[in-house]
Write a new protein. Structure first.
Lengths: 178, 137
């Protein structure tokens, strides 16, 4: 049959192709293909697959890293926010507490000053009253002394007799009145 | 023999109350006794005791202090006033002393009492009352 094909002047033979050569080449090709497939293509494909897998692993690792980084950033920003809020609260509390302390200190200082002023006023009043009394007492004593001196100069024996008489009458009236 | 102050005052008082009193002689005797017995410091007390004994026996010794000599009319008035104060007294003996510090009026010192009607006393009263009133207000 092959010969028929080969010798036939029609079909492939007309194209100049030898069926036998073609078959041999085909077999050679198949064999070469099988050998290549087993010892070259398969390991290469395996190597390529492994590399792809590694690359995919790396890419996915990178993706996960990016994701993790984003999550971490979010976490960090949240924590930063919380820390800021906390810090703000602490500062606000501290300000309030400081204001309270200052207010209390001011109130204490004011009340202490009031007490001191009151005490000083009382002391001044007391001393002023004492001085006033002393002055009044001195003035009265002076008046008494002056009156005594004037009376001593003005009163003579005759007037004294009249005074004695009058005083005795008053004393008697007072005695009998009682 | 030692004699105490009250006994001495009793003897003196009895002697002064005798009707036939020789004042000068008695004074000399008393003075001599006081000097001999070292009783000069107690003279004031002795006089007070004598006055008290005499007062119990109806004789009142009055020391009358005044700035000027008191006239007889006023002396009589004083005696009258003293009699009204001490109705049981039979005799009033007034010893007049001039004290210009009184300014005017009189001051009567009895054995155990005092009646001050002098101008000085009134002035002192004025000062006392005025000062007291000021302190109370």
């Amino acid at each position: 049959m092959i010969n028929n094909f080969a010798t036939s002047s029609s079909g492939l033979g007309a194209l100049g192709i030898s069926w036998s050569a073609f078959v041999v080449q085909l077999i050679t090709f198949v064999l070469a293909f099988l050998v290549l497939k087993k010892y070259a293509i398969k390991p290469i494909i395996k190597i390529l697959d492994d590399r792809r897998a590694k690359i995919e692993q790396g890419v996915s690792l990178g993706d996960s890293m990016v994701k993790k980084e984003q999550e971490l950033e979010i976490k960090v920003s949240q924590q930063l926010h919380q820390a800021r809020v906390k810090a703000d609260r602490i500062i606000s509390d501290a300000e309030i507490s400081a204001q309270t302390i200052i207010k209390e200190a001011e109130d204490k200082a004011v009340s202490k000053a009031d007490v001191l002023i009151k005490e000083a006023k009382e002391k001044i009043n007391f001393e002023a009253n004492q001085l006033r009394r002393q002055l009044e007492s001195d003035v009265i004593s002076l008046i008494s002394q002056t009156s005594g001196t004037i009376l001593k100069k003005k009163l003579d024996s005759k007037e004294d007799q009249l005074l004695i008489s009058k005083t005795l009458k008053e004393e008697q009236a007072s005695y009998y009145g009682n | 023999m030692a004699i105490n102050r009250l006994e001495l005052a009793g003897v003196i008082a009895t002697s002064t109350m005798k009707p036939n009193l020789k004042q000068k002689h008695l004074s000399n005797q008393i003075a001599q006794f006081i000097l001999n017995n070292n009783l000069v410091d107690e003279l004031g007390s002795i006089i007070r005791d004598v006055s008290a004994i005499r007062f119990r026996n109806g004789i009142l010794d009055v020391k009358l202090l005044s700035a000027f000599e008191v006239e007889k009319t006023n002396l009589d008035e004083i005696k009258s006033l003293v009699s009204s104060y001490f109705p049981k007294v039979k005799k009033i003996s007034i010893d007049q002393v001039i004290d210009t510090n009184l300014i005017g009026g009189i001051r009567l010192e009895f054995p155990s009492q005092l009646l001050d009607l002098s101008v000085r006393s009134k002035l002192n009263q004025l000062v006392r009352f005025t000062t007291k009133e000021r302190i109370n207000t």
